[in-house]
Design a protein around this ligand. Structure first.
Ligand code: MN
Length: 354
């Protein structure tokens, strides 16, 4: 098949040209990551024989996609690479099993005990590394690659830009600065981070830079349709039943809508925990609500709280105060309490309408 002539104008998979007059969202003025920081990071990587990579527990598309993309490039540069995340039960979430380069993954027990160089992805705190937090504390250098405004700066080098829509955007920059290039598999990893964190380019974080990055990634020939189906358009039948139960008990209180999904709900249909991730996206549709909350009981019987705001309320601040973290419009935390107490604590911190 002859390539469509229009495709010849697509950006090539390489470093982006500067864009006059189109600053990235939230990064007007000096870039959040200075050249000295980039030079320190590339210097550390160039000198290291082995690079350990970690992302946050129960990884999402941005965490795992960014880590695997950088891991593949480092492997291609001849580095020994070990990539992992610190969940007690080590398993790639079903939604992300299509990601290439999972051969780089090792269980936390096989991760370097005291890495010479550790790079973390999309993790806003040391605690978010789970079992690997101990390895990070023993590491000589810890480079933190992240875009959460709540990041605590727990590493020895902070490669943090709260103005970018996804950690994957920093990962792409890092790849070019290491002299790496994008092929379809690496681009698939980065694209997964970009589309999941921007909600398919619908969230307020979606910038010109995010769309331009997408153009570079799609130009490698990756399958946007297949990735979208894997991420958003397939579920086991039990999902319909669990979703129905969660929606049936949804409660609207002033401008707050909330519901929960228990272990019992999921057990009735053998539905894994990560299958209920997307229910928040149905709940947050509610016109009457400014804030949406879903409580999800994980396999250890602990309630994981996901929150969304339409913009007027900073749920990131509320969740950070409750021991979690996140962004202004999307954040979460782990609650040590049951449903009623968890909601009481959340309501108490929610700013009320004037
Ligand atoms: Mn992210």
């Amino acid at each position: 098949m002859t390539p469509d002539v229009r495709d010849r104008d697509l950006p090539v998979a390489g470093p982006p040209e500067p864009l006059p007059g189109t600053p990235d969202a939230g990064t007007a003025g000096a870039p959040a990551v200075g050249e000295a920081v980039w030079a320190r990071v590339t210097g550390l990587i160039e000198r290291a024989e082995e690079v350990a990579l970690a992302c946050h527990v129960t990884p999402d598309g941005d965490a795992l996609g960014s880590m695997l993309a950088v891991g593949a490039v480092l492997h291609g540069l001849g580095k020994r690479v070990a990539a992992s995340f610190g969940d007690r039960i080590f398993a790639v979430p079903r939604l992300l099993r299509y990601l290439p380069h999972q051969d780089l993954l090792v269980p936390p027990g096989d991760f370097p005990e005291a890495p010479e160089l550790l790079i973390t992805f999309d993790s806003s705190t040391l605690e978010r590394l789970g079992l690997l937090a101990a390895n990070a504390e023993r590491a000589r250098e810890v480079v933190v690659v992240d875009h959460h405004p709540s990041n605590t700066g727990f590493g020895t080098v902070s490669l943090i830009d709260p103005g970018v829509a996804a950690t994957a955007m920093l990962a792409e920059d890092l790849i070019y600065r290491l002299g790496g290039t994008l092929d379809r598999d690496i681009a698939t990893c980065l694209y997964t981070g970009l589309v999941t964190d921007t909600g398919s380019f619908r969230h307020a974080s979606t910038s010109p830079a995010a769309h331009l990055m997408a153009a570079r990634l799609v130009a490698t020939g990756l399958r946007t349709d297949e990735i979208a189906r894997e991420l958003w358009d397939r579920s086991p039948f039990g999902y319909l039943k669990v979703l129905a139960a969660a929606l049936d008990r949804a409660t609207l209180e002033d401008d707050l809508v909330w519901t929960f999904v228990s272990q019992v709900d999921r057990a009735a249909y053998g539905l894994p925990y990560d299958e209920v991730e997307g229910i928040i996206d149905v709940v947050r549709r509610t016109d009457e609500a400014e804030v949406a909350v879903i409580l999800k009981e994980d396999d250890q019987g602990v309630w994981q709280v996901s929150t969304r705001s339409k913009g007027a309320v900073d749920v990131g601040a509320v969740c950070t105060a409750l021991g979690g973290g996140g962004h202004h419009n999307a954040a979460g935390y782990t609650s040590p309490h049951g449903v009623e107490q968890t909601m009481a604590d959340f309501r108490a911190l929610l700013p009320r309408k004037a």
